[in-house]
Design a protein around this ligand. Sequence first.
Ligand code: HEC
Ligand code: HEC
Ligand code: HEC
Ligand code: HEC
Ligand code: HEC
Ligand code: HEC
Length: 435
Amino acid sequence: MNIPFPEDSKFSSFFNCSRTFAAIFIALMLSVPTFVKAQDSTAAAGAATAAAPAGGGDAAKGETLFKNNCAQCHAVTDERVVGPGLKGASARHDFGWLAKWVRNSQAVIASGDPVAVKLYNDYSKAQMTSFPNLSDDDIKGIFAYVDNAATAAPAAAAAGSAAPAAGAASQSSGPSDLFMIVVVALVVVMLLVLGVLLVIVSLLSKAVSGTPGTEEGQKVDFMTKLSKGLKNVAMDPSIRSATIWIFVLLVLKATLDGAYGVGIQQGYAPKQPISFSHKLHAGEYKIDCNYCHTGVNRGKSAHIPSANICMNCHGVIKKESPEIQKIYTSIENNQPIEWVRVHNLPDLAYFNHAQHVNVGGVECENCHGDVAKMEVIQQRSSLTMGWCIDCHRKTEVNTKDNQYYDKLVQLHGTESKEALKVADIGGLECSKCHY
Ligand code: HEC
Ligand code: HEC
Ligand code: HEC
Ligand code: HEC
Ligand code: HEC
Ligand code: HEC
């Protein structure tokens, strides 16, 4: 069939215009999978670098001892924390001196040892904790670890800088927001394209049915045609109901989102009574989370440190600062510092830190975000039931070196080819999380 194509420049530009819309539409459709892939690859990159090699033998034991006892004041590099960096300490001092120093540094200083006295004075008479319980083997282990780690430090630093990427990728809010924007943009574009196509169809059909030959028929003003076409579109019952449906669904979604958001405090970062900075303490000075949040490996609650823990250091550090004076006031008045609670599950849910951190080997960052970069602490995860369940479905149980799981893994292996997930050990049972 030969449709007479009107030689109207406005008409053809209109037609081009609809082609542009179609192009944008296709481009957007193509960009969605690329976007998703980009997300995956950042996560994968983070995961790949996170797997760092560990030392062996004595040094492995030394690592635990160092992290639990020394890391809050010493770095393995030559960086100064509270005390000097321990890189090369085993070369600076003989072992007998080191052992005496670690077990009781004050005794060595009191004995008048010139090296000890100079150190003490150089570090403005900050007292190092005594560790009388460490055996010779323990202390050898610690310095074996320090010597190993000092050489491996550049690699560790690289792994550390990759961690934020993994943390960012695990933040679900960013991608999902973007996804919504893309979806809405797609819907809008689709509606526009639909409208344009309908106009074209109605114009074309007019052109076909228009009386051929009469010049006036062809010359009917373009705008009249367009307005007629649009009127037809607006009057079409199926289009009308489709528009109404889309509108209703959008409103419904907004309402539901609002309702689900009740009680969710994602992003909550209240002002605290003392401007305590995790960025400074956990980030720059690399104090282990466990040093202050002593419950994470042992029990349900992580614990907020008491003022006494602050005094281990602030008994000597920055005494004159007004913020530190608040710690002193709190101790003098025998009144705890009134920190504002940030994370708070409703009473109906049971969550246990030791189960996740100690048994499961889940890193704090997975749930709390990159705390070591936070000036003010902030709730990064939604803490909803869906969030817990989602992770239990996806996460494999850390069964390595855990005899408790050996039998289970065997049994599971006979039934399924997939790795043992938390969901398989009861992580989706209501009673595990609800009293
Ligand atoms: C509360 C903070 C603190 C803790 C915990 C701590 N130290 Fe120290 N350490 C210091 C300070 C401060 C100095 C500097 C000397 C001084 O002021 O007494 C120091 C000095 C040293 C030195 C001398 C370093 C040199 O370059 O000559 C060694 C070695 C040392 N510490 C080892 C350890 C070991 C091993 C542990 C863990 C078992 C440990 N320290 C735990 C604060 C600490
Ligand atoms: C020097 C002590 C210290 C260290 C080290 C420390 N924290 Fe904290 N943390 C605190 C104090 C004090 C608070 C309460 C004040 C605040 O919210 O800032 C707190 C609060 C928190 C909270 C929020 C608690 C709530 O109210 O819900 C989280 C989560 C947290 N810390 C995680 C970490 C992680 C993860 C690390 C290690 C990367 C860490 N902390 C290291 C002292 C410490
Ligand atoms: C292991 C040692 C250590 C512990 C424990 C510790 N801090 Fe600190 N804190 C430091 C160091 C080091 C600085 C940096 C001092 C400087 O800037 O010279 C610091 C700085 C601060 C500052 C900033 C002071 C200022 O005016 O610049 C505040 C506030 C503070 N700490 C609060 C606390 C509180 C509250 C606790 C207890 C929950 C605590 N700290 C526990 C080592 C520690
Ligand atoms: C599997 C997720 C998860 C991991 C891993 C995790 N936390 Fe938590 N954390 C939570 C939840 C959920 C809460 C809220 C608990 C509540 O309200 O009962 C919380 C609360 C806290 C609090 C507030 C005090 C409390 O216990 O209620 C601190 C402090 C804290 N976490 C620190 C840490 C530190 C430090 C680590 C790493 C050693 C860590 N968390 C690892 C999920 C986690
Ligand atoms: C980042 C991942 C992650 C998140 C988020 C998480 N969990 Fe878990 N959960 C684990 C892992 C891993 C284990 C398995 C620990 C083990 O080896 O026993 C576990 C185990 C459990 C168990 C014991 C299950 C069993 O049958 O032994 C309970 C209960 C639990 N989680 C509660 C919660 C609650 C409540 C939340 C949300 C507030 C939550 N978890 C969020 C990873 C997570
Ligand atoms: C992995 C842990 C976990 C498991 C398993 C779990 N829940 Fe939950 N549930 C939670 C947490 C955490 C909350 C609180 C979430 C919030 O405040 O948004 C919650 C909240 C609820 C609520 C209250 C909802 C609200 O908005 O107040 C109900 C009802 C509920 N769960 C029922 C169940 C049932 C039924 C099952 C078993 C099919 C179940 N849960 C299994 C962790 C869990």
